[in-house]
Design a protein around this ligand. Structure first.
Ligand SMILES: [Zn+2]
Length: 336
């Protein structure tokens, strides 16, 4: 992989999409066979018409090698086929079936549920990939819905902080606009972000909103809380089962955008500190963007992860400092 080239969705997402398309196609064909059986029971004459239609397709092969007579032959065949199809429709409607009852009803008639049109991915396949990637991204936050549009600035106070001389409302308005632009312009050279501030100010919401928008564009995005990501890594590293060794670390190192939520809430050991350093440092060296959310201050980051981790993050990430009072309670009150 060249530097700066997106990795895109995880290969397992493509696999899941192709399995789903196969299921859709098989279901459409199965349902058509059932309808066919049902119609044949009711209309026995249909059998000979069906035979005529399917033999027309086989006859078409004869045109190859016919030379100048081919055109006339194909035209006669087409007329015959059309007439047979009309007879079929008439038989069906006479018995109370819709005229297209025996047609295979693909979920996507454009690509006939193959996912491709002339070698190019069909829109249905793109949608499927996007929705599978979203599902994967939100595995740890299944109840999250919406994105930037559901972020309510109205929950933040408009009274200016006496020391900072700015209100939480105007700070959050700036942060929201920064995050929207960040997601809209995202590419593999985008800077890394450090979202700091107390719990309940919307760090998770905004980082997920970025993650979803970036994922929708086809980039590979991984989101997880520090605790869960590290648990997974520890299990793979120290676990008895050696298959898929350190798979999670590799995913975190390779994805186009890594979002680590709530850094500092995890149970800290020498191992977790070194893993965090390795991930942060490797991604910085490769110029790959990450987003870290934390309610630790710069000093706390330093005492917890060592000066080298803290200085890497603070020196190289764009810091967005959230402030104000916990908006979760107001959200609950308003029924959000
Ligand atoms: Zn399609």
């Amino acid at each position: 992989m060249k530097a700066g080239e997106p990795m895109g969705y995880d290969s397992s997402i493509f696999f899941l999409a192709s399995e789903e398309l196969k299921r859709r196609k098989a279901r459409a064909e199965r349902e058509q066979r059932v309808r066919c059986g049902e119609a044949l029971l009711k209309i026995p004459e249909l059998a000979s018409v069906e035979k005529e239609i399917s033999s027309a397709g086989l006859e078409l092969v004869k045109a190859v090698g016919m030379g100048s007579e081919a055109q006339g032959f194909v035209e006669r065949l087409a007329r015959k086929n059309l007439a047979a199809q009309k007879r079929r429709s008439a038989l069906l409607t006479k018995s109370g079936f819709p005229a297209d009852y025996l047609k295979i009803k693909y979920e996507c008639p454009k690509c006939m549920d193959t996912g491709f049109i002339e070698g190019i991915r069909c829109a249905c396949c793109e949608n499927l990939l996007r929705s599978l990637a979203r599902g994967r991204l939100l595995e740890e936050a299944p109840s999250f819905s919406g994105g930037f549009d559901t972020f309510k600035l109205g929950f933040y106070s408009k009274s200016a902080d006496p020391i900072l001389k700015i209100s939480p409302y105007s700070r959050m308005r700036d942060i929201l606009s920064f995050c929207k632009n960040y997601a809209a312009d995202f590419d593999c050279d985008s800077p890394s972000l450090l979202l700091t501030g107390e719990t309940g100010l919307g760090k998770t919401h905004l980082s997920l909103a970025i993650g979803l928008e970036v994922s929708d564009k086809g980039f590979g995005v991984v989101y997880g809380s520090a605790q869960n990501l590290l648990n997974k890594i520890e299990r793979e590293h120290f676990g008895k089962v050696k298959s898929g060794d350190d798979e999670t670390v590799q995913t975190l190192l390779d994805c186009d955008l890594l979002i680590i939520d709530d850094l500092g809430s995890e149970f800290s050991t020498q191992f977790t500190v070194s893993v965090i350093y390795n991930i942060i440092n490797t991604r910085l060296l490769k110029d790959m963007p990450s987003i870290i959310n934390t309610n630790l201050t710069a000093e706390e980051l330093e005492s917890r992860y060592s000066r080298r981790v803290a200085s890497r993050v603070i020196g190289s990430y764009v810091t967005l400092a959230f402030f104000g009072s916990d908006v979760r309670q107001q959200k609950r009150k308003s029924g959000e």
